[in-house]
Write a protein that binds this ligand. Structure first.
Ligand code: UDP
Ligand code: GLC
Length: 389
């Protein structure tokens, strides 16, 4: 099957990593069109997935932009759609992976008479999108031959915003199990990385590493973990893995100021964007997820489970579908730093129970979130689209 995948992002966020895993099975016959050059197209090249950069400049509309910004972007849209329409003649299906890709994909699908598939990675609600953008997403997605929702939470929000249920199928993200098989739950991996920052490794007062793996962005809630540290023992260390992928520098500044005000410099470390996520997660004592708005899916939660590391997540959106509270991890109210600190302390004080829970989660996650199964499901859905178009 020849698929023209479209994604607006130049950076490898969760939606892009998910797309790369799906596109790889069609790599011989398909193409991923991205709007600008960056780390994501580089990542695709590393995996030998054909990629083409389609636009000369960044498409300017943000998720929360209003009508004016949307109209202003039209002068960028026309040449982009013309280019994609030409390209799409060589493909059977147009597969839009992000909101702006949906706009381009829908227009192209109309012009070139190719079926449109939309992979919905977002919760279409006012927490995440302006009213005009919600309207655009729903109107265009309702024209698609197939919508793939990344969770029940994304599905529900889509329907509540006016989306048609008939063409929507929920398919969870899948993961390459082999990437996690050889991970060792050993903090030594972190010791070598951090030795110069934390000097007490040899003193017997072992640090308790709490990892946070996410792009630095206000709704990802890194500040909640920083606040929680105040209520935890001194040997609890927070590691932030991830970068401000979409220009959230003001938030990074706020985080650093908070750390200074709370006098926590010696207990927080920013590692930036990393590609050794399984190794880092496996070396942490606990992985935290702290999104303050409902998380559409939350890849990091499943990745932590596959590493056999205990995980605590903000109990909203897709996270609630992924964790069985008290059985395979913990859920805390979004934004509640004290409750998060309570879980960190429980996990620190009861390592055997936490480990048993993590092992149960690992077994369950390997069964439910295997990439092979996911890819099979997606291929079947795409076959169906081609047969019925
Ligand atoms: N990630 C990464 N390097 C980093 C930080 C995060 O590769 O330094 C990955 C992480 O492993 C996960 C993805 O980025 O696969 C984030 O996806 P998630 O669904 O958790 O959140 P999103 O950013 O897509 O909202
Ligand atoms: C988006 C969502 C995230 C989800 C990912 C993969 O980036 O924000 O929650 O895990 O897509 O579907």
């Amino acid at each position: 099957m020849k698929i023209l995948f479209l994604d607006q992002s130049s950076e490898p966020g969760g939606a892009e990593l998910c797309l790369a895993d799906i596109a790889q099975q069609f790599a011989k016959t398909s193409l991923v069109g991205v709007f600008t050059e960056g780390l994501f197209p580089d990542y695709l090249r590393q995996w030998n997935i054909p990629v083409k950069v389609l636009a000369d400049q960044t498409f300017q509309v943000q998720k929360t932009s209003g009508l004016l910004a949307a109209l202003k972007s039209l002068n960028q849209l026309v040449p982009l759609v013309t280019r994609v329409a030409q390209l799409s003649k060589h493909y059977d299906v147009i597969y839009a992976n992000t909101q702006k890709a949906l706009v381009v994909g829908a227009l192209t699908s109309f012009l070139s008479n190719r079926p449109l598939v939309y992979h919905l990675h977002d919760i279409v609600s006012r927490d995440h999108f302006s009213a005009i953008n919600r309207r655009i997403i729903i109107t265009l997605a309702n024209q698609a031959a197939l919508v793939i929702a990344n969770s029940q939470a994304s599905f529900d929000a889509f329907i509540q915003s006016g989306g048609r249920a008939e063409n929507v199928h929920i398919v969870y993200n899948g993961f390459r199990l082999e990437s996690y098989e050889n991970c060792v739950n050993d903090p030594k991996y972190l010791h070598s990385l951090l030795a110069s920052d934390f000097t007490n490794f040899d003193s017997g007062d072992f640090p308790f590493f709490v990892g946070h793996f996410s792009r630095l962005s206000p709704w990802k809630g890194q500040h909640v973990l920083i606040e929680a540290l105040q209520y935890c023992p001194d040997n609890v260390i927070a590691l932030f893995v991830g970068d401000a992928l979409f220009g959230e520098q003001a938030y990074v500044k706020q985080l650093r100021e908070k750390i200074q005000v709370l006098n926590l410099e010696h207990r927080v470390k920013f590692l930036g964007f990393r590609s050794d996520i399984p190794q880092l997660m496996a070396a942490c004592n606990l992985v935290t997820h702290t999104s303050t708005a409902p998380e559409p899916f939350g890849r990091v939660i499943i990745e932590a489970m596959l590493c056999g590391t205990p995980v605590v997540a903000a109990g909203a959106g897709g996270a609630v579908e992924l964790i069985n509270h008290g059985q395979t991890g913990w859920l805390t109210p979004p934004g509640d730093a004290k409750k998060l600190a309570d879980i960190i302390k429980t996990c620190q004080n009861q390592p055997n129970q936490a480990k048993a829970m993590a092992q149960k989660a690992q077994t369950q996650a390997s069964k439910l979130f295997n990439l092979e199964t996911t890819n099979l499901k997606i291929a079947q859905l795409l076959d169906e689209v081609l047969k019925t178009f």
